[in-house]
Design a binder for this molecule. Structure first.
Ligand SMILES: Cc1cc2nc3c(=O)[nH]c(=O)nc-3n(C[C@H](O)[C@H](O)[C@H](O)COP(=O)(O)OP(=O)(O)OC[C@H]3O[C@@H](n4cnc5c(N)ncnc54)[C@H](O)[C@@H]3O)c2cc1C
Length: 442
């Protein structure tokens, strides 16, 4: 153990990076600006705070790329996955967690580690010396973002994502709604009944779409651009694409049986549990930039939500990320200043899981470097390898946009020899990835 590793940002990526480096025997200092300096999305001073949804998405490690990423992070002693497992909530096939106890547990584990210390301050400039990981996320403070822009010469990109509203469970009309996971997915009854489903008739659905389209929306500030993650479009933007779009998206009525009526609903709004107590539910896929007053009026048009009380309304937010394909090497180092690594959402991955995974790699790579070794990136046929390959060169730099992990990033697989159909192909991808990842780890 010779030198310290400094990590800016104690979010998903920074927490995982700190844990991984310390577990490799390197002394780590986390520099976190909260609670002294707030962001508009974080509420606490905890590390690894989940700012919106409480879901780590699919936990299916056989046929889903995010589930595979979970598997790889677990295999690599990932702190985020360990704590998510410890605070898991029923959510069908998804890995949902009780957000506050989860973040408190991550914080406690980092604080208790003998090689990790924390410094609560805003870092306003990219440091010239020492070994650093920048993991400041989509809400990187303005001063640091400016310093990054000056150092990289590249234009920082402003980008918008949207927050889904949360309702109090007791305010949902259960004489109209019912509990069921789509296709009754899950091992236990609790899992199979994890979602609240709010049905709508055809007339109700069309009236809702009309109101959605007519509602007051938040305007973008001057100089901001309205780009969205394709997988996280605001509900009104989806509605603008066609009156039926939502019925084939978050409001699809398939795999659900309304016990209150024999006629099939034309559309269904799903609510997912947001805390362990089961007192809060978020409206799945209803991220929005409607103004608050309009949101309440429009969402109350959903019959089961006519008396709903909202614990939090939806909103829009900024996402800061760098052009990693041109700026970073395959060790996640800034080519122009190799003492600085980037990790997490700021590298152009998207989501809690992907950000943590990039923190895991950056932490391990930095630790290896400090110990005089070189840790090669995982092979591109693993989920982590596919992501890092994408952001550090695989993606088209000119059109680079944040990316979720998906099988499209993996090298194609020869799916012949009986492996027909998508499901079998995905299983072949995950089998291959697990073998490669295990070999890389060892
Ligand atoms: C409003 C909002 C909603 C989102 N919703 C979802 C969602 O539902 N699901 C999902 O998977 N992802 C969501 N995301 C993306 C999510 O933020 C990331 O996936 C994840 O949190 C990124 O992890 P990270 O470690 O890169 O950044 P963060 O978790 O944001 O951590 C960055 C940390 O750096 C700190 N920091 C920033 N600047 C400085 C500085 N100059 N000095 C010191 N510390 C600093 C911040 O306080 C923060 O603690 C959302 C993002 C936002 C902003």
């Amino acid at each position: 153990m010779t030198q310290e590793l400094h990590i800016i940002g104690g979010g998903m990526a920074g927490s995982e990076a700190a844990w991984q480096a310390a577990e490799q025997g390197v002394r780590v200092v986390i520099h976190e600006m909260r609670p002294q300096v707030a962001t508009f999305a974080h509420r606490t001073g905890n590390f690894a705070e989940m700012v919106c949804s409480n879901s780590f998405r699919s936990d299916d490690d056989e046929r889903n790329a995010v589930g595979l990423l979970h598997w790889e992070m677990r295999a690599a002693n990932g702190l985020i996955m360990q704590m998510a497992e410890a605070h898991r909530l029923p959510a069908g096939g998804a890995l949902a967690v009780d957000r506050d106890p989860f973040a408190e547990a991550v914080t406690a584990r980092l604080n208790a580690h003998p090689l990790i210390s924390s410094s609560f301050e805003e870092v306003t400039e990219l440091p010239d010396q020492g070994h650093w990981i920048v993991a400041t996320g989509p809400l990187t403070s303005g001063a640091l973002a400016e310093s990054i822009r000056a150092a990289t010469g590249a234009d920082a990109l402003a980008f918008f994502d949207a927050i889904a509203p949360i309702v109090y469970a007791e305010s949902v009309d259960m004489s109209k709604a019912w509990m069921q996971s789509r296709y009754d997915k899950g091992e236990t009854v609790e899992e199979q009944t994890a979602y609240m489903n709010c049905p709508m008739t055809k007339d109700e659905y069309y009236a809702f779409i009309d109101a959605l389209l007519a509602a007051d929306k938040t305007e973008f500030h001057e100089g901001e651009t309205a780009g969205y993650f394709d997988g996280c479009l605001p509900i009104e933007v989806m509605a603008e694409r066609g009156r039926e779009t939502l019925r084939f998206g978050p409001m699809k009525p398939v795999g659900l049986t309304n016990p209150h009526e024999t006629i099939k609903p034309y559309a269904v709004v799903q609510l997912r549990r947001d805390n362990k107590l089961g007192t809060l539910y978020n409206i799945v896929g209803f991220q929005t930039k409607m103004k608050y007053g309009a949101q309440t009026a429009v969402f109350k048009m959903i019959p089961a939500l006519h008396d709903a009380s909202f614990a939090r309304l939806g909103g829009i937010h900024r996402n800061t990320f760098i052009n990693s394909p041109t700026l970073l090497d395959d060790q996640m180092r800034l080519k122009s200043r190799p003492n600085i690594r980037f990790a997490g959402q700021i590298t152009g991955v998207e989501g809690y899981v992907e950000s943590s995974a990039m923190g895991l790699l950056a932490g391990r790579m930095a630790a290896a470097e400090l110990q005089g070794r070189v840790l090669p990136p995982p092979p591109a046929d693993t989920a982590m390898g596919a992501l890092i390959t994408h952001i550090t060169g695989g993606a088209e730099a000119k059109t680079f946009q944040p990316m979720n992990v998906n099988f499209g990033l993996f090298p194609p697989i020869d799916a012949r020899g009986g492996r027909k159909g998508r499901k079998d192909r995905y299983k072949a991808y995950t089998d291959r990835a697990k073998e490669s990842f295990t070999a890389w780890l060892s």
